[in-house]
Design a protein around this ligand. Structure first.
Ligand SMILES: *[C@@H]1O[C@H](CO)[C@@H](O)[C@H](O)[C@H]1NC(C)=O
Ligand SMILES: *[C@@H]1O[C@H](CO)[C@@H](O)[C@H](O)[C@H]1NC(C)=O
Ligand SMILES: *[C@@H]1O[C@H](CO)[C@@H](O)[C@H](O)[C@H]1NC(C)=O
Ligand SMILES: *[C@@H]1O[C@H](CO)[C@@H](O)[C@H](O)[C@H]1NC(C)=O
Ligand SMILES: *[C@@H]1O[C@H](CO)[C@@H](O)[C@H](O)[C@H]1NC(C)=O
Ligand SMILES: *[C@@H]1O[C@H](CO)[C@@H](O)[C@H](O)[C@H]1NC(C)=O
Ligand SMILES: *[C@@H]1O[C@H](CO)[C@@H](O)[C@H](O)[C@H]1NC(C)=O
Length: 784
């Protein structure tokens, strides 16, 4: 007996260090770049196993630590490693990078309606009617042979937006599968949803087994986000749809209504968190999905997922995956993020990605507030009003209704339990935006006995109004209007108000304007590439929704909807992905760079009043929020010239920034071109000292014989010259090179301290014109 207890004592001692090292193990992605294509899949997996064996004690341990072996286009693996093992692997010559997977890094770019730094992220509700314009749709056959991969939270296949009635057979080029799982069988794929897969390994390694009440272990979407983005990019045309309360009634259609969808579910409900907190997407799962999508034969990938702050390319699963997609000329469209209006917050900045910002549409949901003094203050809502139109209700600022002992700030935001039911009962209550969710604030007012709710923008929110389906009569007001209401409350002893029923109003002006939430440049990962590339509708967009969750995602909201209004750069990204799909149908031989160039150089920078775009606060917007401008689908098919770039050009670019070679069939030249020389349809020069000359090449895709003239509006304090300044073409496909010289003509301005990043840059543009075409490129320059 004694002996055995001694043994267990020793065992215990031995176990302590083992347990300690176990607990340190985390998921790492070991990335080798593109594989040469010479090895069989099994051989590559064996290689990965050998690498693991080199740092693991046993065969068994190596096997069990491997999550994914990426081997179809991407060469790499995801495995459980200790930091020591990871660093050992990163020292090997063949390894491009080893990144730890951070479970908090990626999420979908919408509706994380919890607010950050006091400023709202992009959740909201309103509406948009997809306007493709011109003859793009019929010319592209509505996208019928194009396959669009969507990385997101899955799909609700029963939605009318995904019916396949009248659609032709699945394209022969398709090599993907319909993976079945809970509540998703092979019948849920059809000629619209031609493929579906889901990726759980990374998620479960980080968070433990999926709680099947919180999400489906299958391609089915419980969240709604994936259904929304998939139906925006390629939903069928469905007449007579509307958001809750009948708002935004009309026909809903995806951008490429006959294109095929391949669903890759990579985002999952955050375990143990309220649904409104959003979802999480793991880098290792996304890499597996992109590797499959490339091999499955998709033409376009739409990814409304990203980080909330910038990440280097080799630590970014989306950037890595998209690079390999680019080799196969697959267009990758990604959301810019919802971390605006703070500068330098941009997500997905890689130059082989189309980075999409978000702006408003020309539709509002007018619901004014009538004040006791007879004045009307404009507001917007998509919540049906049940207030008596003949009656005036007592009105109060939430701060004045605070429970004893509660901070005034807490009450002004209508944080949970901050309002006194005694004081709130029967009143219309004004709450400020920020910190907790907008619908949550309404609920706080309702639970305290309020009869109506006014959501007031802060100064930072400006005029950007997200419309939510609140649980009590409500309207949302701009910052200026909020101040008017507060002044009225101050001016009288018995403030009174009513909220008039909401109405959908079309063709509102000015539109578009930039959404406050859209993430801004400068591009801190690569200051010499201007990002975002483009802006598209992302404020109050109507699209299909899951029938498994309420439109507000609040636990006590029992409502179920088929279509929902949501905001975010997540909603903007699939608009551009759809446009790329239609372009691909019209010009099947164009590279992904040529497609992006056509979308960028044909963009517009003026609103429907003919004035330059504004920010949501009324200030003039610039290329750090809209890139080249607002996409213009009617113009994209005929851009005149394109700035083309190949996979090799991106590899050269990576050489120039010192990233290890990611393709064994390629080696960096001794003197790689500078990052600025990447043939990009826009131009950013950071810290210009004296003169910089960049090289560009355009390809004629318009009239065989044409002459293009250069013109420019330089950013302030610099001059911009092209050489030559006239380009002659005599056949389609002809390439012409030119240089652009940017010279500082005066001293750097003295920057005001609190706005340094914004002050530094000045904006302008240059263009090539032959009459019918105006091939325009934005310029952003900061001086040294
Ligand atoms: C709201 O959030 C901001 C930023 O996170 C924080 O500084 C502030 O204290 C919060 N306000 C309240 C009342 O919780
Ligand atoms: C798939 O599930 C649906 C119910 O959701 C059922 O009607 C259908 O028969 C199933 N199909 C197959 C092939 O199992
Ligand atoms: C699963 O999620 C539900 C709903 O959030 C929760 O009530 C339940 O406790 C969870 N189960 C486990 C095992 O965590
Ligand atoms: C990116 O990489 C550079 C150089 O390796 C490093 O200095 C920088 O901190 C990294 N940035 C981020 C956001 O990881
Ligand atoms: C104010 O709200 C914060 C949460 O934002 C909470 O932690 C704090 O206890 C509240 N304080 C008071 C005095 O209401
Ligand atoms: C209303 O009155 C309060 C207290 O007197 C003051 O702090 C606030 O600035 C006033 N608000 C407006 C909009 O006039
Ligand atoms: C600009 O270039 C000149 C000459 O190369 C150098 O002396 C100067 O320090 C540079 N200025 C800045 C601000 O980098």
């Amino acid at each position: 007996m004694k002996k055995s207890s001694t043994i267990s004592f020793f065992l215990f001692l031995l176990l302590i260090p083992l347990l300690a090292s176990c607990s340190e193990k985390q998921v790492y992605i070991v990335y080798f770049g593109e594989h040469s294509g010479e090895k069989a899949l099994q051989e590559i997996e064996d290689d990965h196993h050998s690498y693991l064996m080199s740092v693991k004690e046993t065969e068994e341990e190596a096997k069990s630590s491997l999550l994914y072996s990426y081997k179809r286009s991407i060469n790499g693996f995801a495995a459980l490693l200790t930091p020591e093992q990871a660093s050992k692997l990163s020292e090997l010559g063949e390894v491009v990078s080893v990144s730890r997977s951070d479970p908090n890094k990626y999420s979908t770019h919408t509706t994380r309606s919890w607010e950050f730094s006091g400023l709202e992220e992009g959740e909201g509700h309103g509406n948009h009617f997809f306007k493709m314009g011109g003859d793009l749709l019929p010319k592209a056959g509505y996208g019928k042979d194009i396959i669009i991969g969507v990385l997101d939270s899955g799909v609700w296949p029963e939605s009318k937006s995904f019916r396949d009635k009248g659609m032709g057979p699945v394209p022969k080029s398709w090599k993907g599968i319909c993976q079945t799982g809970t509540a998703f069988n092979s019948s849920h794929c059809n000629r619209k949803i031609i493929g579906a897969r889901y990726y759980l390994k990374g998620f479960e390694k980080q968070f433990g087994p999926l709680n099947t009440t919180e999400d489906y272990p299958s391609p089915r979407d419980k969240d709604g986000h994936g259904t929304h983005t998939a139906s925006t990019v390629a939903g069928r045309t469905v007449p007579n749809v509307a958001a809750i309360g009948g708002f935004a009634h009309g026909t809903a259609s995806g951008g490429a209504p006959l294109a095929r969808l391949a669903i890759y579910k990579v985002c999952w409900a955050l375990p143990g968190k309220p649904k409104v907190a959003g979802n999480v997407c793991l880098m290792e799962d996304m890499l597996a999905a992109i590797d499959d999508a490339i091999a499955d034969g998709v033409h376009v990938i739409s990814i409304s997922i990203g980080t909330s702050s910038p990440v280097n390319y080799t630590d970014d699963g989306i950037a890595i995956g998209a690079l390999h997609a680019t080799k196969k000329n697959i267009v990758v469209s990604c959301s810019a993020g919802n971390s605006g209006p703070t500068p330098g917050t941009l997500s997905n900045p890689a130059p082989w990605i189309i980075t999409v910002g978000a702006s408003s549409v020309d539709r509002e949901f007018i619901a004014p507030v009538v004040l006791g003094n007879g004045k009307r203050v404009e507001g917007q809502t998509v919540t049906p009003s049940k207030l008596n139109p003949k009656k005036m209700y007592p009105l109060a600022y939430a701060t004045d209704l605070a429970e004893p002992g509660v901070l005034r700030d807490n009450a002004s935001l209508c944080l949970p339990d901050s309002l006194s039911p005694k004081k709130t009962k029967g009143k219309i209550v004004l709450c400020m935006r920020g910190n907790n969710s907008r619908v949550g604030k309404g609920l706080v007012v309702k639970s305290a006995g309020g009869v109506g709710f006014i959501l007031a923008n802060t100064r930072a929110n400006g005029a950007e109004i997200p419309c939510d389906p609140h649980l009590l009569p409500a309207t949302a007001v701009t910052y200026k209007n909020a101040m008017r209401i507060l002044e009225y409350i101050n001016s009288t002893k018995w403030p009174r108000a009513n909220i008039l029923p909401g109405m959908t109003v079309l063709h509102t002006k000015p539109a578009p304007f930039m959404a406050a939430f859209t993430s801004r440049g400068p591009n801190v990962i690569e200051p010499n590439i201007l990002k975002p590339d483009i802006t598209a509708p992302g404020l109050n967009i109507l699209a299909a929704w899951t029938e498994e969750d309420s439109p507000t995602k609040l636990p006590n909201d029992p409502r179920i909807v088929k279509y929902n209004l949501v905001s975010g750069t997540s909603m903007a990204c699939p608009h551009v992905a759809a446009t790329a799909a239609l372009l691909k149908a019209i010009h099947p031989t164009w590279s992904s760079a040529a497609i992006r160039s056509a979308i960028m150089t044909t963009a517009i920078q003026k609103n429907n009043l003919g004035l330059p775009f504004n920010e949501e606060d009324g200030n003039l917007a610039n290329s750090f929020s809209y890139g080249s401008g607002h996409f213009r689908p009617a113009k994209v098919a005929d851009p005149g010239l394109v700035y083309d770039a190949s996979y090799t050009d991106y590899l050269l670019y990576l050489c120039s920034i010192g990233v290890k070679v990611v393709d064994s069939s390629f080696s960096c030249p001794v003197k790689p071109p500078t990052a600025m020389d990447l043939n990009y349809p826009s131009l950013a020069i950071s810290k210009l000292n004296g003169t910089v000359t960049v090289k560009r090449t355009v390809t004629n895709v318009g009239q065989p014989k044409s002459t293009y003239f250069f013109s420019s509006t330089p950013p302030s304090r610099v001059s911009v010259k092209a050489k030559p300044s006239i380009l002659f073409f005599n056949h389609v496909g002809q390439k012409k090179s030119f240089t652009i010289t940017v010279e500082a003509t005066s001293e750097k301005p003295v920057t005001s301290k609190n706005d340094e990043k914004e002050e530094e840059y000045a904006f302008g543009w240059y263009s090539w014109t032959d009459g019918p075409h105006n091939v325009r490129s934005p310029i952003a320059v900061s001086l040294a």
